[in-house]
Unconditional design. Structure first.
Lengths: 649, 241, 300
């Protein structure tokens, strides 16, 4: 409904919205122009502004690298390489372009070309290497940074080892700081969007992020490409400001300085990166002004100790304050926390999907998976209809969780087929399967621990959002409405799971039972058709188990989902499920109605135990008699279920 | 106080935190020399956590663990092994990248009595003939049941005074489970004290001299194995009635 | 044909050095799951220490006697062993349970500390140094077997065989392999994991020192940044063979040496540095676990 209203707004409103989104970019321009016109070239200020401009370039580099190293949790140490690509492409264009450049339009084009080239280089590096874990990535980026430098040194068009000079001085204080402010604004807006939460989800837990529908590789590559593009801009501005470019200024030392800024400032904190960029740019200047130390024969200039200082600071910081000086908090958050107001739109009823009961939501046929020589699950078959409640039981190690991993695409079946809502999931990534409507929880809770309950659920809403990254950066139109919708939905889900009061608590600080419920809320946020619950009752006491039983039925009725449940608690399993599958050593040894399972010989031997059988024999006989009397063959809802269906609206 | 009357292991008001999660809340119990003591309870009730705290893998946030009259605070697992306190961890705690024989020798890592080690090795092969057949194979190629056998055989190689066993029936077929529990009883009769964690409450209580029920990190009920098997609450909560 | 053989000989001698360094990466990665960035700089220290020791004793840093060379070698390996021990103890052990990225940053910090501390202490300019006596190359029907190359290859292979023996046939080696699989379970066997990890660092650093000395004999000069490129390439070799895998590191090192030499010989020597990274990308695309590595699916 809101969406429709928004689209009705018409041209004037669109213009106003665009204006509003562009305003923060435009406001600083007059100020920058004023400073540029009056102070920047004034006599006596040259040295000061040289430093100020170096700081500006460092800010662009640090904030953009923070997108990869801080927000997305990857570790790149080759930023200077992308800076070089941008710098050289822009410089070659400017040097071979028109000598007269009114309004510096051609220079702007060259910056764009430099950014584009750096982004392309970022894509080429990132695509193959971002599938790897952080430490591999670090080496690959370091290596690529070096290769780029070697390539430049071997390219005559780029001036070889001598470099390019003179580059027309078209970059100045105004241009550099406009770019710096734009970088901060864009990275900040990205962070506060659904894409920003996707970056954070990748950092926190990739497996869980995939299960929430976040394409982790895609997001890593995007972060990398955007970050490289900004580095390219910094390179272009730097070259045109200094008037020359030499490959020696883009070694790993440069990359390392940028990494030091991000780490010292705080991984994930934009303001931290800005402050660290200022401090670390001024530091060598300060050291330069101090007299050298005499150590007998050796004389050490303090400025040469700069790298030694950086490394000691990094080691010391990691040992004492591993999240960096600012952690992931922002200066402006600290000041403006009280000022922000919460959106207070009242919630509407949750969607009640009623899929055609004849449709098969899940259709697994002959699924087999082997690890090395070990067959973990063999010839597994499962058909799930809408709104069914099915339990999967069996001894530990029988392959139950492996089945969930097959269904959600964490593992690929060695043989057999798995269809979700009619679509074969072979070769699909977990994130794609999640968006087909399969959501899960994890046996060993995998929340995004460093994020709030609210953000955890909002990440679950990720694939509902259609806003593009550009829209997120514009902070306008659809993006805003979607953000509102996602926030509303997340709050509603927290409410359903009884977590409304915990909205802003970090997931890791919630008690165990609430963490389990938050995981269910997050799974529901993906709007699933089938919900896979992996031992939801683990670690809960008898009373909580009874509540959980009610909750499971309530979820089915309210959200219209089918639920597949792995659980050891027989009371819960027998009480809630309409159908049970028993796995043992990866083989389905029995399936059927709860009562039939309770007296199945094979199940008793493998799992339930003789005693359980003996003690239930009386009940089973009694119920059997009753069942025969009613001649009921359809799955009989248990008593509790009939009760709760009353309050389903 | 005579040596016989003092408990071999005594746990008093033990508290363990994993970050914000309070996994053990003031758990207390003790084990006498020569006993089998079982801990039962739901997943997440704190059984494995208790074993880990005893063997030094976790640092308790409060409480005291005394073994043979000695406070175990701050002791590392490898120091406890030297004192005869050995922990066979949950699941497939074998080293899949080592051969069966190497795994078994690691069990006797701290022992220098080569002849006796060889004797124990033979004894282990006697208990689990399958392991002898596969002595030269990498442990990772064994089936789940064989790995579990290897884990137990390896724990015995240390000649422990007190053996902590975590879920020896995990993922095993019923017959193998039965055989393993028979072996546990045998080695206990030969003099080894055993602290057993087991999710199959029937088995755990059937074999135990004493047993304790853990719920959300505290001992809520204690008694002999037989008493607990008969207790109506236990039957309701853990035997699936 | 002779030309090809010549490249193979040169490649193997270079590859043997890469393999020696790669062993340190792979062993440390095995026990700690940490890329010890500073490893290449320990390699540099090995060569540096050798330079200073021989300059001090024999008055000249080139063309020493056999016993002089042996003594310098042992001394430099011992110093590097101690340095490796200190690095682990001070910088890595406190972070044993921290997120891996923190250990990685610390490792980079240590690496730069050694490089730039070295620049301040030793001066940034290269010094000529060769621990092995200069001799005429052996000529086998056109195929020139450099004296240094032969020694480098033989010593490297001998050290690798010793290491292989330690890792696979001794008590402490078994313990290392146990720790590399699961340190917690290993400690339950009575293994002092801290000791094993320290031992691994010392062993890796000693090998790096040996590699540094051999490298400095092959390319007779030492300077504080000399560890960077060979260090990176050796890491690539370790990944190529399958990181955490001892025979893999040896295989990877030899393959990388051969590939570099062939590219330099038949194409262009200015691109030889790019070979390692190209191979890295290819192996990561084709078989990320390396040639001899095994892939373990993450347990969910």
């Amino acid at each position: 409904m809101q969406t429709i209203r928004a689209l009705d707004l018409g041209f004037a409103a669109t213009a106003r919205r665009l204006m509003k989104s562009a305003l923060p970019f435009l406001v600083p321009i007059p100020l920058l122009w004023l400073v540029q016109a009056t102070l920047a070239n004034a006599p006596g200020f040259e040295y000061a502004f040289q430093n100020v401009n170096h700081i500006g370039i460092a800010i662009i580099l640090a904030v953009s690298l923070n997108l990869v190293n801080g927000l997305t949790g990857q570790f790149s140490i080759g930023h200077a390489g992308f800076m070089a690509v941008g710098g050289y492409v822009s410089a070659v264009m400017v040097m071979n372009g028109p000598t007269d450049d009114p309004y510096r339009l051609f220079f702007l084009m060259s910056i764009a070309a430099g950014a584009g080239a750096a982004a392309l280089a970022g894509w080429l590096v990132g695509k193959p290497s971002l599938r790897l874990r952080g430490d591999y990535l670090a080496i690959v980026t370091l290596g690529f940074g070096e290769i780029i430098r070697v390539a430049i040194e071997n390219t005559p068009a780029f001036g070889g080892a001598i470099g390019l000079s003179p580059i027309p001085h078209r970059s100045d204080f105004g241009a550099i700081y406009f770019a710096a402010i734009a970088t901060i604004l864009i990275v900040n807006r990205l962070r506060n969007s659904t894409h920003g939460r996707a970056f954070l989800a990748v950092r926190e837990d990739e497996v869980a992020a995939e299960a929430m529908g976040v394409d982790t590789t895609g997001y890593k590559v995007r972060a990398f490409v955007i970050s490289a593009a900004f580095a390219g801009v910094a390179g272009a501005l730097s070259g045109a400001f200094e008037g020359n470019l030499a490959p020696q200024s883009f070694t790993f030392v440069r990359s390392f300085e940028i990494v030091a800024m991000v780490v010292l400032g705080g991984m994930g904190s934009i303001s931290g990166s800005v402050i660290a960029a200022i401090v670390l740019t001024l530091l060598p200047e300060a050291l330069r002004s101090l007299p050298p130390i005499n150590l007998g024969a050796v004389q050490i200039d303090l400025v040469n100790l700069r790298m030694v200082f950086y490394s000691l600071a990094l080691i010391g910081l990691m040992l004492s304050r591993p999240r960096g000086l600012f952690g992931s908090t922002e200066a402006w958050d600290l000041i403006g926390n009280w000022w922000r107001k919460r959106r207070g739109v009242k919630s509407e009823e949750a969607r009640k999907a009623a899929p055609d009961a004849g449709e098969l939501l899940l259709d697994v046929r002959g699924a087999t998976i082997r690890f090395g020589g070990l067959t973990a699950v063999s010839d597994f078959n499962l058909q799930i209809h809408p709104r069914e409640l099915v339990a999967l039981i069996g001894p530990n190690g029988a392959g139950k969780t492996t089945v969930f991993n097959l269904l959600t695409g964490v593992y690929q079946a060695t043989e057999g087929s798995i269809r979700v809502a009619g679509r074969d999931t072979h070769g699909l990534k977990p994130s794609s399967i999640a968006s087909l409507g399969v959501a899960r929880t994890f046996q060993n809770i995998r929340l995004f621990r460093e994020l709030s309950a609210f953000d955890n659920v909002r990440i679950g809403c990720h694939h509902l959002a259609r806003e593009s990254m550009l829209a997120a950066v514009e902070e306008s139109g659809l993006a805003g409405i979607e953000e509102g919708f996602i926030a509303e939905r997340a709050e509603q889900l927290l409410d359903v799971m009884g977590l409304a009061a915990r909205r802003d608590v970090l997931a890791k600080n919630l008690p165990y039972g609430e963490q389990r419920r938050l995981e269910i809320a997050r799974a529901l946020a993906t709007n699933p058709k089938v919900l896979l619950l992996d031992e939801p009752a683990a670690g809960t006491n008898t009373k909580e188990k009874t509540e959980l039983m009610e909750l499971i039925r309530k979820l089915r009725d309210r959200f219209g989902v089918a639920i597949v449940l792995i659980e050891h608690d027989m009371k819960l399993v027998m009480g809630v499920s309409e159908r049970i599958l028993v796995l043992d050593h990866g083989v389905t040894i029995a399936q059927g109605l709860p009562r039939a399972i309770q007296k199945d010989r094979k199940v008793i031997e493998a799992y339930l135990g003789e005693k359980y059988a003996r003690e239930h024999a009386a009940d089973i006989e009694a119920e059997n008699a009753e069942e025969t009397a009613h001649e009921s063959l359809s799955p009989t809802p248990s008593k509790g279920e009939r009760d709760s269906s009353g309050d389903a609206r | 106080m005579s040596e016989a009357s003092a408990p071999l292991l005594k746990i008093e008001n033990l508290d363990v935190h994993y970050g914000a999660i309070h996994a053990l809340r003031g758990a207390s119990f003790s084990i006498a020399q020569g006993e089998i003591v079982s801990l039962i309870g739901a997943n997440g009730a704190g059984k494995t956590t208790t074993l880990r705290a005893v063997s030094g893998m976790l640092k308790p946030s409060a409480g005291k663990i005394t073994y043979r009259g000695e406070d175990l605070a701050g002791k590392k697992p490898h120091q406890l092994v030297a004192k005869g306190l050995c922990h066979a961890p949950e699941g497939r705690g074998v080293f899949p990248n080592l051969t069966v024989l190497e795994n078994l020798h690691l069990g006797a890592f701290l022992r220098r009595d080569t002849a006796a080690i060889h004797e124990d090795l033979e004894k282990g092969f006697g208990l689990f003939p399958r392991l002898r057949e596969r002595a030269k194979q990498l442990a990772g190629t064994l089936s789940g049941g064989e790995q579990q056998m290897l884990a137990i055989a390896r724990a015995l190689m240390a000649r422990p005074t007190l053996l902590l066993l975590d879920e020896p029936s995990l993922g095993l077929a019923p017959q193998i489970t039965e055989a393993i529990f028979q072996i546990i009883e045998d080695i206990n009769r030969a003099g080894m004290t055993i602290l057993l964690v087991e999710q199959n409450a029937h088995l755990a209580l059937g074999i135990a001299h004493h047993a304790h029920v853990l719920e959300t990190g505290s001992v809520v009920q204690s008694g002999t194995g037989r008493e607990l098997l008969k207790s109506p609450e236990i039957r309701r909560a853990y035997l699936g009635e | 044909m002779i030309e090809l053989l010549q490249h193979i000989v040169d490649g193997l001698s270079l590859g043997a050095i890469y393999a020696l360094i790669a062993l340190g990466y792979t062993m440390v990665y095995g026990v700690l799951k940490l890329i010890n960035f500073a490893h290449g700089d320990v390699f540099m220290l090995g060569a540096m220490m050798g330079y200073y020791a021989s300059a001090k004793w024999s008055g000249e840093a080139q063309n020493p006697s056999f016993w002089g060379a042996a003594l310098v070698g042992i001394l430099s390996m011992a110093i590097c062993g101690v340095v490796g021990f200190i690095i682990e103890r001070v910088a890595y052990r406190p972070l044993r349970n921290a997120p891996r990225i923190n250990s990685l940053i610390t490792a980079i910090g240590v690496s730069f500390l050694l490089e730039y501390g070295g620049q301040n202490l030793f001066g940034p300019t290269p010094n000529p140094f060769g621990i092995l006596p200069r001799r005429e190359a052996l000529n086998l029907g056109g195929l020139s077997l450099g004296y240094v190359d032969v020694i480098v290859f033989v010593v490297s292979i001998a050290l690798m065989l010793i290491l292989q023996r330690i890792v696979f046939h001794t008590r402490i080696g078994t313990a290392m392999r146990a720790v590399s699989w699961n340190a917690q379970v290993a400690s339950l066997m009575g293994i002092n994991t801290d000791f094993i990890i320290s031992f691994t660092f010392v062993l890796g650093s000693v090998l790096a020192a040996a590699a540094g000395l051999l490298y400095a004999s092959k390319y007779p000069s030492v300077h504080p940044l000399m560890g960077l490129m060979p260090g990176l390439k050796a890491f690539v070799a370790a990944v190529l063979g399958g990181i955490g895998n001892v025979p893999g590191a040896m295989l990877g090192g030899l393959l990388l040496g051969l590939a570099e030499q062939l590219v330099a010989g038949y194409w262009s020597s200015s691109w030889r540095d790019a070979v390692a990274f190209a191979m890295l990308i290819i192996i990561l695309l084709v078989k990320p676990s390396g040639i001899l590595g095994r892939s373990d699916a993450e347990k969910v």
